[in-house]
Design a protein around this ligand. Structure first.
Ligand SMILES: Cc1ncc(COP(=O)(O)O)c(C=O)c1O
Length: 380
């Protein structure tokens, strides 16, 4: 299979280990094993640690332990543990689903801009991919009328990503129901990439139900990377009809086989403390969203955005005579700040900002980025 380069990943890996202020990062400030243990009641903390230390590191249950799959299933309305496949991040879940559900020539609708996997993998399979725009043309919102115009009797799959990377757009509950009904009307699947589930922003929009809870054509993809601050565990999952789960599992036998055993155990520990983690995220997001809004307001002559309605990401539009890759490279190499170039998402004159990192670092990153933008303005 020939596939286009994953532009954002290529750009991030160039800079992410060198910069001081990574405010392009798509996740929330990571938690450590120590942090997870601190969530445990004092009386059981030592026993929890001991159980982790004593866990024999053999191969794990191929589709994830029953304990983990049961805990994940319980986050949906009518999903049983055997409808969950634990994967190496949401990225593997999406990949398996595309491979299993799609054939060359199928018609797919995917959001754009987007996490590039969502349209590049279907394209690499040989599908005809229609891009459903969520960018400046629609004021960084989902427009279901536009989706309806893209739908054909041949449409095999509609991909939805809400909250949306990179705009922070949300599909409303009513619009999500409409998307599902449209898919059903032509016998298509709906994959809900719900990587940013549980990450609400102050004053943001309500969450639509997960795709799997909408009906038999809905499949949800989730991850502990974003909402739990645990991308290093590489624990994601899909929730869907049993036959789809079986077929994805069958394909996964050839790729990663099973989740890491310790990672599965740490994932169970994290899920037990869902509410505390959500609250911790809320504090970080609230501080950073306020700082970002004030920073953008103070530079209205060159910056604007539609603040995220959910999730951790927003696209900044800038009004300077410099392309986004040059600007982002200059920010990274000369100011030690990472803001992702819009060109990686197909949108010039934009930078992607992530509001999930440590608030003091985030504020310093904004200040440094501001210095750089002021310099570009003065020299233009
Ligand atoms: C929309 C979306 N889906 C999936 C992923 C993959 O996440 P992971 O594999 O870490 O779970 C990402 C990561 O940035 C993402 O933004």
């Amino acid at each position: 299979m020939k596939i286009e380069p994953f532009l954002l990943e290529r750009w991030m890996t160039r800079h992410e280990t060198h910069v001081k202020y990574d405010i392009a990062e798509s996740g929330i400030l990571p938690l450590s094993t120590h942090d997870l243990l601190q969530f445990e009641p004092e009386g059981t903390r030592a026993a929890t640690l001991e159980a982790l230390l004593q866990l024999p590191l053999g191969y794990s249950e191929a589709c994830g332990t029953v304990a983990l799959r049961s805990a994940l299933a319980a986050t949906y309305q009518l999903v049983a543990a055997d409808q969950i496949l634990v994967t190496t991040g949401a990225i593997e879940a999406n990949y398996l689903l595309f491979q299993v559900l799609l054939d060359a020539g199928d018609h797919v609708i995917a959001p754009y801009p987007a996490y590039q996997q969502l349209y590049s993998v279907p394209r690499a399979i040989g599908c005809e991919v229609s891009l459903w725009e969520v960018g400046p043309e629609t004021d960084y919102r989902y427009d279901v009328d536009a989706l309806e115009r893209l739908l054909t009797p041949r449409t095999k799959l509609i991909v939805v990503n809400t909250p949306h990377n990179p705009t922070g757009a949300m599909l409303s509950p009513a619009d999500a129901a409409r998307v599902y009904a449209l898919a059903e009307s032509v016998g298509a699947w709906v994959i809900g990439d719900e990587a940013y589930r549980w990450l609400s922003v102050p004053g943001g929009d309500p969450f639509a139900p997960p795709a799997v809870d909408m009906g038999a054509r809905g499949i949800s993809v989730g991850t502990l990377s974003k909402p739990y601050g645990l991308p290093g565990l590489r624990i994601g999952w899909m929730a869907g009809p049993r036959d789809v789960i079986e077929r994805c599992w069958g394909m996964r036998d050839y790729i990663t086989l099973s989740p890491g055993k310790l990672n599965d155990a740490l994932a169970c520990l994290a899920l037990r403390h869902h509410d505390k983690i959500v609250e911790r995220n809320r504090v970080i997001i609230t501080a950073n969203l306020a700082a970002a809004s004030a920073w953008i307001e103070s530079r209205q002559d060159m910056l604007s955005w539609t603040a995220p309605r959910g999730g951790l990401l927003g696209l900044l539009k800038y009004n300077l005579p410099v392309d986004s890759l040059t600007l982002a490279d200059t920010l990274a190499t000369e100011y030690s700040v990472m803001l992702a170039p819009g060109s990686a998402f197909g949108y010039e004159q934009h930078l992607r900002l992530g509001i999930g990192q440590r608030p003091d670092m985030f504020a310093r990153g904004l200040a440094e980025a501001g210095r750089a933008l002021d310099r570009f303005r003065a020299s233009s």
